[in-house]
Design a binder for this molecule. Structure first.
Ligand code: PEP
Ligand code: MN
Length: 337
């Protein structure tokens, strides 16, 4: 339920309501807009039985929130969120470009890629140190050694760095080295991992599950947020369909759908969505035109020799060409990068 206050409602009126709600053991989420304050209520509503907030001082109206996700819900927070990651922000007016190899393979590979993507305009370096591979015999990642290279690349370039985490141990280790955690598609409904990420104290990028509905995805974001971490960014990375020409099917409609249901920033990963290098640039442009807040793109110094996801990785030249071509799209969408 949300309680919408009248424009300019007095602080005491807001406090009176929040105290009543908290007094019943429920949580309050305040969204203070320019004029209107919205009081969001999280918890068992039946405990508020008998209290008529509609006639309380300063209240305009009371509306039910039927969706099970509350903190991630646009009704709780009508303004789009701008999420701060170090000196960078993700959200309205910006275009975040996260680029880098699928997996951190060596110090040289990572540093070389970091300088190349920075030169082309990326503001985040991505790179997996814990790789959730389909086969247990595939390269599983350099783990902490990979994280050390990520930190070194961050210090050398000034880029923010993001790494996927696959376990509680990976979270505890990663927070020492990176600016943002990534929960991958395969773990989108690993609820224990989501809760741990919610306690990690740094922003989290939550990828959409392979076959997850938007509703399930927003509930997964709610798991992270309900642990006290409001800094969640959603990443559409393609879903399973019957189509086999691409690795997954990019659900571009997820961008405006999420925009209407949630205040959280949305970025798009055309690399994992298509699995094919040639399809990455057109879909990257499409994502910006659809209103995405950013992109995640795999880039490798020599994709033919990549230990994972070579076929979808761009070379440095291809990535530079893509960012050059993206600039007018970004400008039209009112975003800077
Ligand atoms: C990745 O970003 O390297 C990755 C494994 O992506 P996803 O979880 O979307 O498959
Ligand atoms: Mn990958």
């Amino acid at each position: 339920m949300i309680i919408i206050m009248r424009p300019g409602a007095a602080k005491e009126a807001i406090r009176n309501i929040t105290e009543q709600i908290e007094g019943k053991g429920l949580q309050v989420h305040l969204s203070q807009g320019h004029e209107v304050t919205i009081i969001g209520v999280v918890g068992d509503k039946s405990k508020l039985h008998g209290i008529n907030f509609e006639i309380a001082e300063g209240v305009d109206k009371v509306l039910p929130v039927t969706e099970s996700y509350k903190l991630a819900n646009k009704k709780f927070h009508p303004e789009d969120s701008l999420i701060q990651v170090g000196n960078t922000s993700i959200g309205p007016g910006t275009l975040t470009i996260m680029a880098g190899p699928c997996a951190v393979e060596s110090r040289d590979q990572l540093l070389e890629t970091a300088f190349a993507v920075k030169k082309a305009g990326a503001n985040f370096l991505r790179g997996g140190a814990y790789k959730p591979r389909t086969s247990p015999y595939s390269f599983q990642g350099l783990e902490e050694e990979g994280l050390r290279y990520m930190k070194e690349a961050r210090e050398a370039t000034g880029l923010r760095v993001i790494c996927e985490v696959t376990s509680q141990h990976a979270i505890e280790t990663s927070v020492k080295y990176v600016d943002m955690l990534q929960i991958g598609a395969r773990n989108m409904q690993n609820f224990e991992l989501l809760k741990e990420a919610g306690k990690a104290g740094i922003p989290v990028l939550l990828k959409r599950g392979l076959s997850a509905t938007i509703d399930e995805w927003l509930n997964a974001a709610e798991y992270i947020m309900s642990e006290g971490n409001a800094d969640v960014v959603l990443c559409e990375r393609g879903i399973r369909t019957y189509e086999t020409s691409t690795r997954n099917t990019l659900d571009i409609s997820a961008v405006p759908v999420l925009r209407s249901r949630s205040h959280l920033p949305v970025i798009v990963d055309p690399s994992h969505a298509t699995g094919v290098r040639a399809y990455v640039p057109p879909l990257a442009k499409c994502a910006v035109a659809a209103g995405a807040d950013g992109l995640m793109i795999e880039v490798h110094p020599n994709p033919a020799c990549a230990l994972s996801d070579g076929p979808q990785s761009l070379t440095f030249e291809q990535f530079q060409q893509l960012t050059d071509e993206l600039r007018p799209y970004a400008q039209l969408a009112g975003r800077k990068f």
